[in-house]
Design a protein around this ligand. Structure first.
Ligand SMILES: *[C@@H]1O[C@H](CO)[C@@H](O)[C@H](O)[C@H]1NC(C)=O
Ligand SMILES: *[C@@H]1O[C@H](CO)[C@@H](O)[C@H](O)[C@H]1NC(C)=O
Ligand SMILES: *[C@@H]1O[C@H](CO)[C@@H](O)[C@H](O)[C@H]1NC(C)=O
Ligand SMILES: *[C@@H]1O[C@H](CO)[C@@H](O)[C@H](O)[C@H]1NC(C)=O
Length: 467
């Protein structure tokens, strides 16, 4: 191709004095390609520009008089941004490129004294996955198509940004969790590299989207634990269970939280087996497992429920001071805490103020202006993870939390009932004993008989032992 360019250059040099450059541009199918073309001149006369595709004719052109034409097959996809013309930049912009756009383009600029022509090879890279969403365990092929494919092109693969050992342009694998993710085909040519990607998703559990994903909830709030399969996929024996701590290898199911509500069993098969916790308790934290059987494969995905609460304490020295601490059952993802005071104006509109960083918040004096709701927001690397709110009251104990006091009351009521029941049983037992004794006293002779027989038996036993 270089020699072609050279010959062309020689011919044009003889006629008008031309320059010739060769370059390659890579573009992923569906993306935008920018074909460079620069021309510098001190002349004030605008040059004529011609963008052609080899063997396809005009893509776009502008005459010296300013008239513009676009090749009939290029509709709105080809553009030469005017704003750059003054700087001598006549680059061609091609939107939504397809494989058919791959090939050699020429940019010919005819100035007052000089003609330049540059040749650009547009290489389109397209990665395709077939079938697009395979079933777990079935065959899937990931292909990298390079158009045109000049001699000397190399192909390598990356899976989730890590090298995948193969130099084939088509990779055949069995669909599994190990091969899901972002497949990138890296094409090398003449020392340059271009790349294109496609995502391989395997039919199965789509939510939680990854194993051991964390779900954050505040004590007393409601939360949905996701367990969703690919739409249209109806697993056998779907389950969402809590696992015993430390049993990740043996998978022993644990007792479910008190407010756990499984998705209602409907007559129609469903792909969504999520469950809700109506009122999260601190003890509900831990590992939950979403599972189901698809075509003989047992699919599972675990998630971690992280529960947040606020501990409040009062310094013994200063009775009206208050320290609030933001507590999470797992802080491995948390990078920052922030406290905000939620205030309501006369119209009941909510606004937040008094932002303070840190895990603990100290209120020197519980006064009128800092009573109300204090919210601890916790953040991860990628933004907010969740929040938990504490109510500070002025009277009747410095602070309290509505939801937790409600559950404390229930605990107290249940405890009291059990105590009463036990008392009642003891009373009944005492009454029955009393009745029996009364009956026996009515028959004193019977009592003597019982006594003598037992005495006789003891006598006999003693004699046997002596022998
Ligand atoms: C890009 O081209 C493809 C195929 O020609 C078409 O289906 C798609 O709608 C186009 N996208 C845009 C944004 O024009
Ligand atoms: C795949 O990875 C490439 C870089 O390796 C990145 O540019 C692209 O956005 C990723 N695609 C998806 C769908 O994550
Ligand atoms: C309360 O609402 C009224 C009427 O909607 C408005 O004029 C007033 O400014 C509001 N007050 C505050 C403090 O927002
Ligand atoms: C706490 O989180 C809930 C739910 O995401 C949100 O609606 C609320 O505005 C948050 N509160 C504060 C004070 O950030």
């Amino acid at each position: 191709m270089l020699s072609e360019c050279f010959i062309f250059g020689v011919i044009t040099f003889l006629t008008a004095g031309a320059q010739c450059q060769d370059t390659e541009v890579f573009a992923e199918a569906g993306s935008q390609a920018l074909l460079p073309c620069r021309y510098s001149s001190s002349s004030t006369v605008a040059p004529a520009i011609m963008w052609n595709k080899v063997n396809k004719g005009t893509v776009w052109r502008k005459e010296k008089n300013g008239l513009q034409y676009r090749g009939s097959s290029w509709t709105q996809r080809a553009k030469c941004p005017h704003s750059q013309f003054e700087r001598g930049d006549f680059s061609l912009q091609l939107n939504n490129v397809t494989e058919q756009d791959g090939g050699i383009y020429t940019c010919r600029v005819v100035g007052e004294h000089r003609v330049t022509e540059s040749r650009i090879m547009l290489i389109i890279i397209k990665v395709s996955v077939s079938p697009s969403v395979p079933m777990l365990g079935s065959d899937v092929s990931i292909g990298c198509k390079v158009t045109p494919e000049p001699h000397g092109v190399t192909v390598r693969w990356m899976l989730n940004n890590r090298p995948f050992r193969t130099a084939e342009s088509v990779v055949n694998v069995k669909a599994s969790v190990r091969v899901t993710g972002n497949w990138t085909c890296v094409v090398g040519y003449e020392g340059k590299e271009g790349r294109a990607s496609a995502t391989l998703a395997v039919k199965g559990i789509i939510q939680p989207s990854k194993d051991d994903a964390k779900v954050y909830a505040a004590v007393g709030s409601a939360i949905t634990l996701p367990c969703v399969f690919t739409p249209g996929l109806f697993p056998a024996k779907p389950a969402l269970e809590k696992l015993k701590p430390g049993s990740l290898l043996i998978h022993t199911p644990d007792r479910l939280p008190a407010s756990f509500v499984a998705s209602s069993p409907s007559s129609e098969p469903t792909s969504d087996h999520s469950a809700t916790l109506k009122e999260v308790e601190f003890e509900d934290q831990g590992t939950y497992r979403c599972s189901g059987i698809i075509k003989g494969h047992w699919l599972t995905r675990n998630m971690q429920l992280v529960v947040a609460k606020i501990d409040s304490s009062t310094l013994s020295k200063k009775r009206d001071s208050l320290t609030l601490t933001c507590q999470l059952t797992d802080t491995s993802e948390v990078v920052d805490y922030e406290w905000v005071h939620v205030v309501y104006d006369v119209n009941g509109t909510q606004s937040v103020e008094s932002i303070q960083k840190g895990k603990t918040l100290s209120l020197d004096k519980v006064s009128e202006e800092n009573q109300g709701e204090w919210t601890c927001r916790f953040y991860g690397e990628e933004g907010i993870l969740g929040n938990v709110t504490h109510h500070v009251h002025l009277m009747g104990g410095l602070s309290g939390k509505k939801s937790s006091s409600v559950s404390n009351n229930t605990v107290a009521t249940v405890g009291l009932s059990i105590l009463l029941l036990v008392l009642l049983l003891v009373l009944v037992k005492m009454y029955l004993n009393h009745q029996r004794r009364k009956r026996i006293l009515q028959y004193p002779a019977l009592e003597t008989i019982v006594h003598t027989t037992s005495n006789e038996r003891e006598e006999r036993e003693r004699n046997r032992e002596k022998k």
